[in-house]
Design a protein around this ligand. Structure first.
Ligand code: NAD
Length: 274
Protein backbone atom coordinates (compact mmCIF):
# COMPACT_ATOMS: atom_id res chain seq x y z
CA UNK A 1 0.00 0.00 0.00
CA UNK A 2 1.14 3.57 -0.69
CA UNK A 3 3.03 5.53 1.96
CA UNK A 4 0.78 7.89 3.96
CA UNK A 5 1.73 11.55 3.81
CA UNK A 6 1.89 14.32 6.40
CA UNK A 7 0.89 17.92 5.70
CA UNK A 8 3.55 20.54 6.45
CA UNK A 9 2.84 24.06 7.73
CA UNK A 10 3.63 25.52 4.29
CA UNK A 11 0.93 23.42 2.57
CA UNK A 12 3.30 20.80 1.08
CA UNK A 13 2.98 17.13 1.88
CA UNK A 14 5.74 14.73 2.88
CA UNK A 15 5.78 10.91 2.88
CA UNK A 16 5.62 9.61 6.44
CA UNK A 17 8.32 6.98 5.78
CA UNK A 18 11.53 7.88 3.98
CA UNK A 19 14.86 6.23 3.30
CA UNK A 20 17.92 7.49 5.20
CA UNK A 21 21.37 7.18 3.64
CA UNK A 22 23.86 8.15 6.35
CA UNK A 23 27.01 6.00 6.18
CA UNK A 24 26.06 4.80 2.70
CA UNK A 25 28.88 5.47 0.24
CA UNK A 26 28.35 7.24 -3.06
CA UNK A 27 28.80 3.93 -4.86
CA UNK A 28 26.42 2.04 -2.56
CA UNK A 29 23.86 4.85 -2.70
CA UNK A 30 23.05 4.29 -6.36
CA UNK A 31 21.88 0.73 -5.82
CA UNK A 32 20.43 1.19 -2.35
CA UNK A 33 18.34 4.23 -3.28
CA UNK A 34 17.17 2.70 -6.55
CA UNK A 35 16.23 -0.44 -4.58
CA UNK A 36 14.38 1.63 -2.01
CA UNK A 37 12.40 3.48 -4.69
CA UNK A 38 11.63 0.12 -6.30
CA UNK A 39 10.40 -1.12 -2.89
CA UNK A 40 8.01 1.84 -2.64
CA UNK A 41 9.94 4.58 -0.82
CA UNK A 42 9.32 8.03 -2.32
CA UNK A 43 11.32 10.11 0.17
CA UNK A 44 15.13 10.10 0.45
CA UNK A 45 17.08 11.77 3.27
CA UNK A 46 20.65 12.75 2.45
CA UNK A 47 23.02 15.58 3.52
CA UNK A 48 26.10 17.21 2.07
CA UNK A 49 28.20 15.68 4.87
CA UNK A 50 27.10 12.15 3.88
CA UNK A 51 29.17 12.47 0.70
CA UNK A 52 26.61 10.61 -1.40
CA UNK A 53 24.53 13.30 -3.08
CA UNK A 54 25.91 12.30 -6.50
CA UNK A 55 24.95 8.67 -5.97
CA UNK A 56 21.49 9.67 -4.73
CA UNK A 57 21.03 11.87 -7.81
CA UNK A 58 22.08 9.06 -10.12
CA UNK A 59 19.63 6.70 -8.47
CA UNK A 60 16.84 9.24 -8.93
CA UNK A 61 17.61 9.58 -12.63
CA UNK A 62 17.79 5.79 -13.02
CA UNK A 63 14.22 5.15 -11.89
CA UNK A 64 11.05 5.51 -13.91
CA UNK A 65 9.35 7.40 -11.07
CA UNK A 66 8.80 11.05 -12.10
CA UNK A 67 10.77 13.63 -10.12
CA UNK A 68 7.58 15.28 -8.83
CA UNK A 69 6.57 12.02 -7.14
CA UNK A 70 9.81 11.94 -5.14
CA UNK A 71 10.60 13.91 -2.01
CA UNK A 72 14.31 14.71 -1.70
CA UNK A 73 15.87 16.16 1.46
CA UNK A 74 19.42 17.43 1.91
CA UNK A 75 21.11 19.54 4.59
CA UNK A 76 23.66 22.32 5.00
CA UNK A 77 26.68 21.21 7.04
CA UNK A 78 27.99 23.09 10.08
CA UNK A 79 31.04 24.64 8.41
CA UNK A 80 28.90 26.36 5.76
CA UNK A 81 26.53 28.17 8.08
CA UNK A 82 25.89 31.90 7.52
CA UNK A 83 23.81 33.63 4.82
CA UNK A 84 26.09 33.70 1.76
CA UNK A 85 27.92 30.48 2.53
CA UNK A 86 24.62 28.62 2.91
CA UNK A 87 23.37 29.87 -0.46
CA UNK A 88 26.61 28.66 -1.99
CA UNK A 89 26.50 25.30 -0.19
CA UNK A 90 22.95 24.85 -1.47
CA UNK A 91 24.04 25.46 -5.08
CA UNK A 92 26.80 22.88 -4.64
CA UNK A 93 24.35 20.30 -3.24
CA UNK A 94 21.92 20.84 -6.15
CA UNK A 95 24.82 20.49 -8.61
CA UNK A 96 25.93 17.19 -7.03
CA UNK A 97 22.35 15.90 -7.01
CA UNK A 98 21.83 17.30 -10.53
CA UNK A 99 18.42 18.57 -9.48
CA UNK A 100 16.86 21.99 -9.94
CA UNK A 101 15.06 21.93 -6.59
CA UNK A 102 14.91 19.91 -3.39
CA UNK A 103 11.71 19.18 -1.54
CA UNK A 104 13.22 19.92 1.85
CA UNK A 105 16.40 21.73 2.90
CA UNK A 106 17.51 21.49 6.52
CA UNK A 107 20.05 23.16 8.79
CA UNK A 108 21.88 20.01 9.93
CA UNK A 109 22.80 21.15 13.47
CA UNK A 110 22.32 24.33 15.49
CA UNK A 111 26.12 24.24 16.28
CA UNK A 112 26.81 24.82 19.97
CA UNK A 113 28.43 28.16 20.77
CA UNK A 114 27.48 29.77 17.44
CA UNK A 115 24.56 31.97 16.48
CA UNK A 116 25.16 31.61 12.75
CA UNK A 117 22.04 29.43 12.50
CA UNK A 118 19.99 32.66 12.53
CA UNK A 119 21.55 33.93 9.27
CA UNK A 120 21.51 30.41 7.86
CA UNK A 121 17.76 30.36 8.44
CA UNK A 122 17.37 33.64 6.52
CA UNK A 123 19.19 32.00 3.58
CA UNK A 124 16.75 29.07 3.71
CA UNK A 125 13.82 31.50 3.66
CA UNK A 126 15.30 33.06 0.51
CA UNK A 127 15.74 29.63 -1.11
CA UNK A 128 12.12 28.80 -0.41
CA UNK A 129 10.95 32.15 -1.82
CA UNK A 130 12.93 31.35 -4.99
CA UNK A 131 11.23 27.93 -5.25
CA UNK A 132 14.52 26.03 -5.09
CA UNK A 133 13.74 24.47 -1.71
CA UNK A 134 10.02 23.69 -1.65
CA UNK A 135 10.07 23.37 2.14
CA UNK A 136 12.61 24.40 4.74
CA UNK A 137 13.35 23.13 8.20
CA UNK A 138 15.98 22.31 10.77
CA UNK A 139 17.58 19.32 12.44
CA UNK A 140 18.72 18.72 16.00
CA UNK A 141 17.28 22.07 17.12
CA UNK A 142 16.24 22.51 20.74
CA UNK A 143 13.32 24.60 21.98
CA UNK A 144 15.27 27.88 22.45
CA UNK A 145 16.71 27.66 18.90
CA UNK A 146 13.29 27.11 17.41
CA UNK A 147 11.71 29.89 19.45
CA UNK A 148 14.41 32.31 18.35
CA UNK A 149 13.92 31.59 14.63
CA UNK A 150 10.17 32.02 14.97
CA UNK A 151 10.51 35.27 16.93
CA UNK A 152 13.11 36.80 14.62
CA UNK A 153 11.72 35.85 11.21
CA UNK A 154 8.09 34.86 11.69
CA UNK A 155 8.86 31.76 9.61
CA UNK A 156 8.35 28.51 11.53
CA UNK A 157 10.46 25.55 10.34
CA UNK A 158 8.26 22.98 8.58
CA UNK A 159 10.09 20.10 10.28
CA UNK A 160 12.66 19.47 12.97
CA UNK A 161 14.57 16.25 12.28
CA UNK A 162 15.72 14.89 15.65
CA UNK A 163 16.89 11.69 17.27
CA UNK A 164 13.69 10.05 18.49
CA UNK A 165 12.92 6.41 19.28
CA UNK A 166 11.28 4.47 22.13
CA UNK A 167 14.39 4.77 24.34
CA UNK A 168 14.62 8.54 23.77
CA UNK A 169 11.18 10.02 23.24
CA UNK A 170 11.91 13.76 23.41
CA UNK A 171 8.64 14.73 25.15
CA UNK A 172 9.53 18.42 25.51
CA UNK A 173 10.29 18.85 21.81
CA UNK A 174 7.21 16.79 20.88
CA UNK A 175 5.04 19.24 22.81
CA UNK A 176 6.73 22.32 21.35
CA UNK A 177 6.43 20.97 17.82
CA UNK A 178 2.76 20.23 18.32
CA UNK A 179 2.03 23.69 19.73
CA UNK A 180 3.84 25.38 16.83
CA UNK A 181 2.84 23.25 13.84
CA UNK A 182 6.29 21.72 13.32
CA UNK A 183 6.43 18.13 12.02
CA UNK A 184 8.62 15.80 14.08
CA UNK A 185 10.91 13.85 11.75
CA UNK A 186 12.77 11.06 13.55
CA UNK A 187 16.34 10.11 12.74
CA UNK A 188 17.82 6.95 14.22
CA UNK A 189 14.24 5.66 14.57
CA UNK A 190 15.63 2.19 15.33
CA UNK A 191 18.14 3.63 17.80
CA UNK A 192 20.72 2.93 15.05
CA UNK A 193 19.95 -0.77 15.50
CA UNK A 194 20.85 -0.74 19.21
CA UNK A 195 17.34 -0.99 20.66
CA UNK A 196 15.98 -3.80 18.48
CA UNK A 197 16.78 -6.59 20.96
CA UNK A 198 14.49 -5.17 23.65
CA UNK A 199 11.94 -7.93 24.51
CA UNK A 200 8.96 -5.58 24.36
CA UNK A 201 9.21 -5.21 20.59
CA UNK A 202 9.45 -8.94 19.91
CA UNK A 203 6.53 -9.63 22.24
CA UNK A 204 4.32 -7.04 20.55
CA UNK A 205 5.47 -8.18 17.12
CA UNK A 206 4.29 -11.74 17.80
CA UNK A 207 0.72 -10.47 18.14
CA UNK A 208 0.74 -9.02 14.63
CA UNK A 209 3.25 -11.20 12.78
CA UNK A 210 5.65 -8.24 12.61
CA UNK A 211 9.36 -7.81 13.38
CA UNK A 212 10.78 -5.62 16.18
CA UNK A 213 11.84 -2.99 13.61
CA UNK A 214 8.31 -2.89 12.20
CA UNK A 215 6.80 -2.50 15.68
CA UNK A 216 9.12 0.42 16.44
CA UNK A 217 8.40 2.17 13.14
CA UNK A 218 4.67 1.61 13.60
CA UNK A 219 4.96 3.29 17.03
CA UNK A 220 6.42 6.36 15.32
CA UNK A 221 3.67 6.42 12.69
CA UNK A 222 0.94 6.06 15.33
CA UNK A 223 2.37 9.22 16.94
CA UNK A 224 2.14 11.15 13.66
CA UNK A 225 5.92 11.35 13.21
CA UNK A 226 7.91 11.06 9.99
CA UNK A 227 10.58 8.28 10.06
CA UNK A 228 13.65 7.72 7.88
CA UNK A 229 15.05 4.26 8.74
CA UNK A 230 18.31 3.28 7.06
CA UNK A 231 19.41 -0.09 5.72
CA UNK A 232 21.44 -1.29 2.76
CA UNK A 233 20.04 -4.84 3.04
CA UNK A 234 17.27 -5.34 0.46
CA UNK A 235 15.11 -7.51 2.73
CA UNK A 236 15.30 -4.93 5.54
CA UNK A 237 14.63 -2.07 3.14
CA UNK A 238 11.38 -3.85 2.24
CA UNK A 239 10.65 -4.80 5.85
CA UNK A 240 10.94 -1.21 7.06
CA UNK A 241 8.22 0.06 4.73
CA UNK A 242 5.81 -2.86 5.27
CA UNK A 243 4.24 -1.06 8.23
CA UNK A 244 0.94 0.28 6.90
CA UNK A 245 -1.21 -2.82 7.45
CA UNK A 246 -1.40 -2.98 11.25
CA UNK A 247 -1.80 -0.70 14.26
CA UNK A 248 -0.65 -0.88 17.85
CA UNK A 249 -3.26 -1.05 20.61
CA UNK A 250 -3.36 0.97 23.83
CA UNK A 251 -1.48 -1.75 25.80
CA UNK A 252 1.30 -1.79 23.21
CA UNK A 253 1.55 2.00 23.28
CA UNK A 254 1.73 1.98 27.09
CA UNK A 255 4.44 -0.69 27.12
CA UNK A 256 6.56 1.27 24.64
CA UNK A 257 5.94 4.60 26.42
CA UNK A 258 7.52 3.04 29.51
CA UNK A 259 10.84 2.48 27.71
CA UNK A 260 11.66 6.22 27.57
CA UNK A 261 14.91 7.07 29.33
CA UNK A 262 16.77 10.35 29.92
CA UNK A 263 19.99 8.49 29.05
CA UNK A 264 18.59 6.84 25.93
CA UNK A 265 20.31 9.08 23.41
CA UNK A 266 22.54 7.18 20.95
CA UNK A 267 23.82 10.14 18.88
CA UNK A 268 25.45 13.49 19.69
CA UNK A 269 23.81 15.98 22.06
CA UNK A 270 23.00 19.22 20.18
CA UNK A 271 23.63 21.19 23.37
CA UNK A 272 27.36 20.49 22.92
CA UNK A 273 27.84 19.27 19.33
CA UNK A 274 29.70 21.72 17.08
P1 NAD B 1 18.47 3.80 12.23
O1 NAD B 1 17.79 3.91 13.52
O2 NAD B 1 17.69 3.98 10.97
O3 NAD B 1 19.23 2.41 12.25
C1 NAD B 1 19.90 1.94 11.12
C2 NAD B 1 20.60 0.62 11.47
O4 NAD B 1 19.67 -0.29 12.06
C3 NAD B 1 21.11 -0.07 10.20
O5 NAD B 1 22.42 0.33 9.91
C4 NAD B 1 21.03 -1.54 10.57
O6 NAD B 1 22.17 -1.90 11.28
C5 NAD B 1 19.85 -1.58 11.48
N1 NAD B 1 18.58 -1.96 10.81
C6 NAD B 1 17.84 -1.22 9.94
N2 NAD B 1 16.73 -1.87 9.60
C7 NAD B 1 16.74 -3.04 10.27
C8 NAD B 1 15.84 -4.12 10.33
N3 NAD B 1 14.69 -4.13 9.65
N4 NAD B 1 16.16 -5.17 11.13
C9 NAD B 1 17.32 -5.18 11.84
N5 NAD B 1 18.20 -4.17 11.82
C10 NAD B 1 17.91 -3.11 11.03
O7 NAD B 1 19.73 4.83 12.27
P2 NAD B 1 20.36 5.94 11.35
O8 NAD B 1 20.81 5.41 10.05
O9 NAD B 1 21.35 6.64 12.17
O10 NAD B 1 19.15 6.95 11.08
C11 NAD B 1 18.37 6.91 9.92
C12 NAD B 1 18.65 8.09 9.02
O11 NAD B 1 18.46 9.30 9.74
C13 NAD B 1 20.09 8.20 8.54
O12 NAD B 1 20.40 7.30 7.52
C14 NAD B 1 20.13 9.64 8.12
O13 NAD B 1 19.49 9.81 6.86
C15 NAD B 1 19.33 10.30 9.24
N6 NAD B 1 20.17 10.83 10.33
C16 NAD B 1 20.17 12.18 10.54
C17 NAD B 1 20.94 12.73 11.56
C18 NAD B 1 20.91 14.20 11.76
O14 NAD B 1 21.76 14.72 12.51
N7 NAD B 1 19.99 14.93 11.17
C19 NAD B 1 21.72 11.90 12.38
C20 NAD B 1 21.71 10.53 12.15
C21 NAD B 1 20.92 10.01 11.15
Amino acid sequence: SATPTIRLNDGSTMPQVGFGVWRVSNEEAKGAVAGAIEAGYRSIDTASIYGNEEGVGEAIRSTSIPREELFITTKVWNDRQGYDSTLQAFDESLARLRLDYVDLYLIHWPVAGSEAYRDTWRALIKLQQDGRAKSIGVSNFMVPHLQRLIDETGVTPAVNQIELHPRFQQKELQAFHKANGIVTECWGPLGQGKILAEDTFAAIGRKYGKTPAQVILRWHLDHGFVVIPKSVTPSRIRENIAVFDFQLDADDMRAIAALDSASGRVGPDPAVFA
